[in-house]
Design a protein around this ligand. Structure first.
Ligand code: ADP
Ligand code: MG
Length: 377
């Protein structure tokens, strides 16, 4: 893709700044962000590009090559949270949250699969934020940019997402995962050099999205909060497994297993970090397997397609595999030996066909660097 040329064709001049920002995979720490927990995502090599140029008026023109390169026009005066619209709200939300006072021409292009659980939305937001931060010399820190992008998605798009996706897209280092403490938003880079260990990560996008059955996410979250409150803890993060087990009879069976997922998952993230610091990918893979079992049996957010992808990957020698994201569809990840992806993909494809499931999509990912400026006029 030649973004500069396309930009010139669309807007008549070359862009001043081109920035890129990656999508992400969360390795471990699922459904614990709202429990003040820890998450451990990494940036993938697929990224989104934002090319931008300042205008002399207050007009905003934007186009995405993933949306036919059609120009959408508005102006600074018309930026308002709650505006109806489609994809363009992700970019407009960032311009709004940045508080731009001068119009821009903006082109988006990229290869992060949309809606596959790899956070193309954060990649889009962070590419725009990085480019415009440079264009107008705002000098926001990465932490500020993450909050700005989150605000864009929360307030402008209306998606109540946390800050994980934006943090990892902006702050990652190649060959590392990013440990994010959801209580104080502090971060730590954890070595995760898959390539040099002959490993890679396979993403299996089941392409299904089932409706949530037997109670929603709010109910699960509520159950966890009931437990932490009853045990006098600020959040479930402050509850140990010993405490939970000692008070098991004070909770309903459902409350107990929901909390058991939260407590055990936060413990697994800690153990995963220790494993990675020792390059122990076998232990790390085992923890990922345990996370899947916990999401399936205790938190009950898996589905037959996600379970099948995990089962086949595990059977074929993946070091670890689990569902990722909200659940009831979406994607699995499998930590595999590089070079085994073709065999693995074939087997999963066949198994899905046999069950008459939708044909999954597959992506491989390696831990890559975060957002950066790639060209400057
Ligand atoms: P995910 O973040 O997991 O990919 P979301 O539903 O949160 O899924 O975000 C996907 C949405 O983000 C798309 O439907 C589209 O509106 C927007 N989007 C992301 N990347 C692009 C892009 N390159 N061009 C246009 N829109 C994009
Ligand atoms: Mg998203």
């Amino acid at each position: 893709m030649n973004t500069e040329k396309t930009f010139e064709k669309l807007f008549g001049e070359l862009p001043t700044v081109v920035a890129q920002a990656p999508g992400r995979v969360n390795l471990i720490g699922e459904h614990v962000d709202f429990l003040d927990g820890f998450v451990l995502p990494f940036a993938i090599s697929d990224h989104t590009l934002a090319a931008v140029r300042a205008r002399k008026d207050s007009k905003i023109n934007l186009a995405s090559m993933q949306r036919n390169g059609e120009i959408f026009s508005t102006s600074i005066e018309d930026l308002a949270p709650g505006n109806k619209g489609d994809w363009e709200r992700y970019a407009l939300g960032v311009l709004w949250a940045l508080g731009i006072t001068q119009g821009v021409d903006l082109l988006i292009d990229g290869n992060v699969p949309l809606g596959a659980g790899l956070s193309s939305s954060a990649a889009l937001e962070c590419s725009v934020a990085t480019a415009v931060n440079k264009l107008f010399n705002f000098r926001h820190s990465l932490e500020d940019l993450a909050r700005i992008c989150q605000r864009a998605e929360n307030a402008y798009v209306g998606m109540p997402c946390g800050i994980m996706d934006q943090s990892v897209s902006l702050m990652s280092l190649a060959g590392h995962a990013l440990l994010l403490d959801c209580r104080d938003l502090s971060t730590r880079h954890i070595p995760f050099d898959l390539a040099s260990h002959g490993l890679e990560l396979l993403v299996i996008d089941t392409q299904v999205h089932h409706a949530l059955v037997d109670g929603g996410y709010a109910e699960r979250r509520g159950d966890c909060e009931v437990v932490s409150e009853a045990l006098g803890a600020k959040a479930l993060r402050d509850v140990t497994m010993e405490q939970l087990l000692a008070h098991k009879n004070e909770f309903t069976p459902t409350q107990f297993v929901r909390a058991r997922h939260g407590v055990s998952e936060m413990q697994r993230v800690r153990e995963a970090v220790t494993a990675l610091e020792k390059d122990d990918f076998v232990l790390f893979g085992d923890l990922i397997n345990q996370t899947h079992a916990s999401l399936r049996d205790d938190y009950t957010v898996s589905c037959p397609e996600l379970d099948l992808g995990v089962e086949v990957a595990q059977r074929l020698g993946a070091l670890g595999a689990r569902m990722i994201g909200g659940g009831y569809g979406g994607s699995d990840i499998a930590l595999i030996h590089a070079g085994e992806s073709a065999k693995m993909i074939e087997a999963i494809r066949l198994a899905f066909k046999k069950e008459n499931f939708r044909e999954p999509r597959f992506f491989t990912a390696l831990p890559s660097e975060g957002a950066k400026i790639i060209s400057l006029a």
